[in-house]
Design a protein around this ligand. Structure first.
Ligand SMILES: Nc1nc2c(ncn2[C@@H]2O[C@H](COP(=O)(O)OP(=O)(O)OP(=O)(O)O)[C@@H](O)[C@H]2O)c(=O)[nH]1
Ligand SMILES: [Mg+2]
Length: 391
């Protein structure tokens, strides 16, 4: 399955090179947020460039409000991708301390974080500074995040803004009633010093989010070893996008087998660390079921064991040839060795664009990934190891 996504990401990057990126972010002085500290006013949500018509499906299920918030460079890139692809089931919001980067992002709303603290220049890899920036903006953040049933907080762990500001953003979203699902990437081992920051940021985010889905960058490369770094990041963004859609489309859009908000809450509440796995297959009957189950189980993006998993939300999508029986068999196969009391919810959607293909997005919660929290070796030791491997 990842092969397919890798090909798409590569070809789309080629196409993108030919396009000029048009900045869409302009500050509008008329639209300032109320500043709770009575100091300098902050910009609130930017209006989308074009008026986006409220899709019918949202009207039908408008009681479920879903927001996808990208924090920092990586998080905003994921949100931009989700917005460009067109999402009917959720609103997107990009938050960054870096004004320039924000200017090339597409989102339904944007917020320049901590204008008084970082002057729109980014945090320079300093999570503490980013946390201060977020703290200074609490009032404005409360307002632009609003009340939602589900909030996704997307970020790349290891830099400054995403690592330092996403815990507070998750906290605010939760205080305002949402079930909060973090979707974060974990740095490549070669990013070294970033691993410390990533670990601390992840611990902090886990205190405020109900579930944090972790995508390990190194796992991505193990599936596609020759991928240049920018394409590996695009691949991570595409997977984050699939995780968001896998959940929000099932809840909001009409489906063959729906998952409602109560189901999502039951799985994600106190879900701890979660992983995402993506699978694909084609054909019909037992052969198709087996190939989809194997491809899903063999493509985890976090190094964990499935045994003992506490819960899962499994999204099966296929053309109208997909039967409910096949979808159920796929879910049973994927969750075979989960904990006896594991809560598994399945949703199935018909998507005629998929023709003969069946696609699965599985979010599996309560997994153990202790290696993420192990102490990293001190910097000097790593540097000397690196030197000795070169010399
Ligand atoms: N998925 C994804 N990950 C990225 C991307 N760019 C960087 N990363 C990863 O995300 C981590 C954080 O990087 P950024 O998001 O650029 O950092 P930031 O949160 O903007 O922090 P500052 O710029 O230091 O304020 C990096 O260590 C990379 O592992 C991207 O475009 N997509
Ligand atoms: Mg940045």
């Amino acid at each position: 399955m990842l092969d397919g996504i890798v090909k798409d990401v590569i070809s789309e990057k080629e196409a993108q090179k030919k396009e000029d990126i048009v900045p869409v972010f302009e500050e509008k002085s008329a639209e300032k947020a109320e500043n709770p500290h009575g100091e300098i006013a902050l910009p609130i949500e930017e209006k989308p460039k074009e008026v986006i018509e409220e899709p019918k499906e949202i009207e039908e299920n408008s009681s479920v409000r879903i927001k996808v918030i990208g924090v920092g460079g990586a998080g905003c890139n994921s949100v931009s991708r989700i917005t460009k692809q067109g999402i009917k089931s959720a609103k997107t919001l990009a938050v960054n301390t870096d004004k320039l980067h924000l200017s090339v992002i597409e989102a339904h709303g944007k917020h320049l974080l901590g204008r008084t603290v970082t002057k729109g220049l980014g945090s320079g890899g300093d999570p503490l500074l980013a946390a201060k920036a977020a703290d200074a903006d609490r009032g404005a953040l409360r307002k632009i995040i609003g009340e939602n049933e589900i909030v996704f907080v997307c970020a790349g762990m290891g830099g400054g803004t995403g690592t330092g500001a996403s815990p507070l953003i998750a906290q605010i979203a939760r205080e305002q009633g949402a079930t909060v699902i973090g979707i974060v990437t974990y740095p490549f081992k070669i990013e070294r010093s970033r691993l410390h920051r990533a670990r601390d940021g992840l611990k902090e985010l886990m205190k405020h989010a109900d579930t944090v889905i972790v995508i390990e960058n190194d796992r991505l490369l193990s599936y596609a070893p020759n991928l240049p770094i920018d394409k590996a990041f695009a691949l991570a963004d595409e997977i984050a996008s699939k995780a968001v859609r896998g959940i929000s489309d099932l809840v909001v859009l009409p489906s063959m087998m729906n998952v409602d908000y109560a189901d999502v809450r039951a799985i994600m509440k106190d879900g701890g660390i979660a992983m995402i796995s993506i699978g694909k297959g084609s054909g019909t009957g037992v052969g198709m079921v087996e190939s989809v189950v194997n491809s899903t189980r063999n493509n985890p993006l976090l190094e964990v064991s499935y045994e003992g998993a506490k819960g899962a939300l499994i999204h099966v999508a296929g053309a109208s040839s997909l039967s409910l029986g096949d979808a159920t068999q796929i879910c049973m196969g994927i969750s075979e060795d989960f904990h006896d009391d594991a809560e598994v919810k399945m949703g199935a959607r018909i998507d005629e664009d998929l023709s003969n293909t069946i696609e699965v997005t599985a979010v599996i919660t309560g997994v153990k990934a202790s290696h993420l929290f192990e102490d990293q070796k001190p910097q000097e030791e790593m540097q000397s190891e690196m030197l000795s491997s070169i010399l």
